[in-house]
Design a protein around this ligand. Structure first.
Ligand SMILES: Nc1ncnc2c1ncn2[C@@H]1O[C@H](COP(=O)(O)OP(=O)(O)OP(=O)(O)O)[C@@H](O)[C@H]1O
Ligand SMILES: Nc1nc2c(c(=O)[nH]1)N=C(CO)CN2
Length: 197
């Protein structure tokens, strides 16, 4: 169609600007790091289900999945809860952080997670560990996750999938891991999570 076609209305500049802005967002996905944990029910199946649900999210692609770790429950009386399976996934997404958190909550609900006690047992926990280099102290979504830097069950699998990673404002994952140690975090080489196709 030629630009002189009299049936074509000119597109207002404001619309062109909006479409261009949306295109930039779509072609400019952001990196984020998600921690998954489960210590109730079929832990491996639930972790895989959460990964598949993340991949099924419009505007989100799972780029890497860590090995599975069996980990001692952190933050509670030793022996008071079953061990966790933990993993970390790297994603690229055009969703803003708030929508990513919402999606994480929806996945937790789909796996019938109940919230009755702090750090209580759960079928699935979906934590946003980091979103690009965003730093925010908003209690609804604190970035990076306020306890990620002290949790070996996050740092060990994160280091596997991105050995050069940094926790914004805290230092390198490798350095933090050297300080925290790997106690209570055991790789399960007999198990595997699939990267969705
Ligand atoms: N980075 C984050 N990732 C996930 N939730 C967050 C984050 N920052 C703040 N929150 C808020 O924390 C609230 C409680 O989250 P949740 O019940 O998963 O905590 P928890 O897993 O028991 O403990 P922890 O936060 O120590 O992992 C969520 O409703 C959410 O709004
Ligand atoms: N090992 C382990 N401990 C935890 C975990 C977890 O995923 N793994 N999650 C918690 C709350 O987010 C509290 N404690």
């Amino acid at each position: 169609m030629s630009s002189s076609d009299p049936t074509v209305q000119p597109v207002p500049t404001s619309v062109v600007e909006q479409v261009d802005a949306a295109d930039v967002t779509l072609s400019n996905p952001k990196r984020a790091v998600i921690s998954l944990g489960s210590n109730l029910g079929n832990r491996l199946e639930t972790l895989q289900g959460a990964i598949d649900a993340l991949e099924d999210t419009p505007g989100l692609r799972v780029k890497a999945v860590s090995p599975v770790y069996e980990t001692d429950p952190w933050g509670v009386e030793p022996g008071s809860q079953a061990t966790y399976f933990n993993a970390v996934v790297l994603i690229k997404t055009t969703l803003p952080p708030s929508s990513l958190l919402e999606r994480g909550h929806a996945i937790e609900e789909a796996f019938e997670r109940v919230r009755d006690e702090r750090w209580g047992p759960r079928t699935i926990d979906v934590d946003i560990v980091a979103y690009q280099d965003v730093v925010s102290d908003d209690p609804r979504l604190t970035l990076p996750h306020p306890r990620a830097h002290e949790r070996a069950f996050v740092l060990v699998p994160w280091n596997d999938v991105d050995p050069r990673a940094e926790v914004p404002g805290r230092g390198t994952v490798a350095g933090l891991l050297a300080a925290v140690g790997k106690d209570g975090v055991r790789v399960r080489v007999d198990l595997e999570l699939r990267l969705p196709e």
